[in-house]
Design a protein around this ligand. Structure first.
Ligand code: MLT
Length: 312
């Protein structure tokens, strides 16, 4: 009966719209990646993917929502490197990182930019380091909560300059960007999917990128390695997950739709415009995502333990 049921399921799935939970506020980088791939995946699946933003606690609330959702193939999570770092950062999570999810596939890898409000009187990265050290009791660093990519990068920065600064958490770097544009917060380390337009528009300042090489869209912005801080090099990879127990036929069908989306020229050109270049490993397969999550938990655990003293 099981075989017949799963064959019937595979024949018909999906029969209704799918919810894609984004664990950060709307308008931020994760939301941008989600809406891009969801639009293309919907076409391949023949069903609407509806993005639902569930912010809070650096992405762990949204991840917990999906971990505890029905494992029927109609709720998926799109999350990033925070799935790995939160495993070390949180003593207690609303889910068991390596046992609460099934894997659909890796989506893309997004570089980060060290940016500041446009009237910060600092002209380059070295100047930013000096300014931060000299004003550590008042320089504010925006992030999207413990477990966010902006939190990780901010931590790497404060650890590299050996100076804790004043961190200001938001439900996502979408809302954080509003305050950066308004000058209510001083600096942020955020993904190019959220900062490219503002940097190109001159409404914020950019001092460095966290990619290994300079970005094609920002040839004049140095890498953190060029600025003597290779430890700040980080790429924000994204993955799609389903609750543990979701039928394999659903995960496979979703992974196929993701792989079609990643080959969609519109997605590829939009990602390139936003500074993200899917690396060869983001081939959209479940195995690649599983391997990435496990290796990234191991990679960041010692780094977070060493740098954790600088970021609350
Ligand atoms: C967002 O979508 O708001 C960001 O991914 C938050 C972060 O991780 O810094």
């Amino acid at each position: 009966a099981g075989v017949i049921a799963s064959a019937a399921f595979a024949q018909t799935y999906p029969t209704r719209s799918i919810t894609m939970v984004v664990p950060f506020a709307a308008g931020g980088p994760t939301d941008t990646v989600a809406r891009l791939v969801a639009e293309s995946m919907s076409k391949d699946l023949g069903q609407q993917i509806i993005v639902e933003n569930v912010g809070g606690a650096g992405g762990t609330l949204g991840a917990g929502r999906v971990a505890n959702a029905d494992a029927d193939g109609y709720t998926v999570l799109l999350h990033h490197i925070g799935m790995a770092t939160s495993a070390t950062l949180y003593r207690k999570l609303p889910y068991d990182t390596l046992n609460a999810f099934e894997y659909v596939g890796l989506v893309t890898d997004v570089p980060m930019t060290v940016v500041a409000r446009k009237d910060l009187d600092v002209k380059d990265f070295k100047g930013l380091v000096e300014y931060a050290k000299a004003n550590s009791d008042k320089v504010t660093v925006a992030n999207a909560g413990i477990g966010a990519a902006s939190h990780l990068c901010g931590m790497l920065f404060m650890s590299a300059i050996e100076t804790p600064l004043v961190t200001v958490p938001y439900k996502g770097t979408g809302p954080a960007m509003t305050d950066l544009l308004g000058g209510q917060v001083d600096i942020m380390c955020d993904q190019t999917t959220n900062t490219t337009k503002q940097i190109q528009g001159g409404t914020i300042k950019a001092y460095a990128v966290t990619s290994p090489e300079r970005l094609a869209i920002f040839k004049d912005i140095p890498t953190v390695a060029e600025e003597g801080m290779p430890a700040m090099q980080v790429g924000i990879w994204h993955g799609i997950y389903t609750p543990k127990g979701t039928p394999a036929e659903a995960n496979e069908r979703l992974s196929k739709a993701l792989q079609v989306a990643l080959k969609d020229p519109n997605i590829a050109s939009r990602f390139a415009e936003l500074g993200t270049l899917p690396s060869p490993e983001t081939d959209g397969t479940p195995a690649a995502l599983k391997a990435k999550l496990e290796s990234e938990i191991a990679r960041w655990e010692p780094v977070i333990k060493a740098a954790g003293q600088y970021a609350d």
